[in-house]
Design a binder for this molecule. Structure first.
Ligand code: GRF
Length: 202
């Protein structure tokens, strides 16, 4: 079977991108990162990708008159690099229906809470402020909503009495780094079947 080509979109430090690359290097994931795109010129993820010899491109919203033209530029690069699966890894923008429809069923996101609890920004802070005893992370297919697409995998992480945003995010991040490559692997093995809101693992 040929390798699934991943296009990673990220805005920040890129630890999930690195975890995915490590899984590929360890032979656990039959995939190739075709390119990394960031909407932030100074994002660490671009440095990490370039250090690994992965094409690393910055596409900034401010350089386009409209959101659709910005997304079209991203889509153009993903197509140019023959991307099969778009992997959002800390990409801090909501993608419109236009973009989602271009890659329908082939965009994944990771979010640091057990969705539908605590969507959007500052998920760890939301969970602690709410007094939740459990949070975790969710990997889901992307639709045009914010963190609303069909759920692929979730794993719980306990919230401890003395947790801060830093300590909780560190423990959740360790789980993210294991779970995201697993979900991508299922996609690569064509074992994910979307039925409405339900993702069946076959
Ligand atoms: C992760 O916590 C992820 O769940 C969220 O953004 C963060 C990205 O971290 N969507 P990194 O850039 O992969 O280190």
């Amino acid at each position: 079977m040929s390798k699934t080509i991943l296009g990673i979109l990220a805005s920040g430090r890129g630890s999930n991108m690195q975890a995915i690359c490590n899984s590929i290097d360890a032979g656990l994931l039959h995939a190739k990162v075709g390119l990394v795109i960031s909407d932030k010129a100074n994002a660490k993820v671009l440095e990490h990708a370039a250090a690994k010899g992965i094409p690393a491109i910055c596409i900034e919203r401010k350089d386009f008159p409209s959101k659709q033209e910005f997304e079209a530029a991203i889509a153009q690069q993903l197509t140019l690099y023959h991307v099969d699966l778009v992997v959002l890894a800390g990409f801090m923008r909501i993608l419109s229906a236009y973009f989602v429809n271009l890659f329908s069923g082939s965009i994944m996101n990771i979010h640091p809470s057990l969705l539908p609890a605590f969507p959007g920004l500052d998920a760890h802070e939301q969970a602690i402020a709410y007094g939740a005893k459990v949070s975790g992370c969710t990997i889901h297919f992307v639709d045009e909503g914010m963190d609303t697409g069909p759920i692929i995998m979730q794993q719980a992480v306990s919230i401890l009495a003395d947790d801060t945003v830093e300590t909780l995010s560190e423990r959740i991040l360790a789980v993210e780094h294991k779970l995201y490559p697993q979900a991508i692997r299922l996609y690569c093995e064509q074992r994910l079947c979307i039925e409405g809101r339900n993702v069946k693992i076959i």
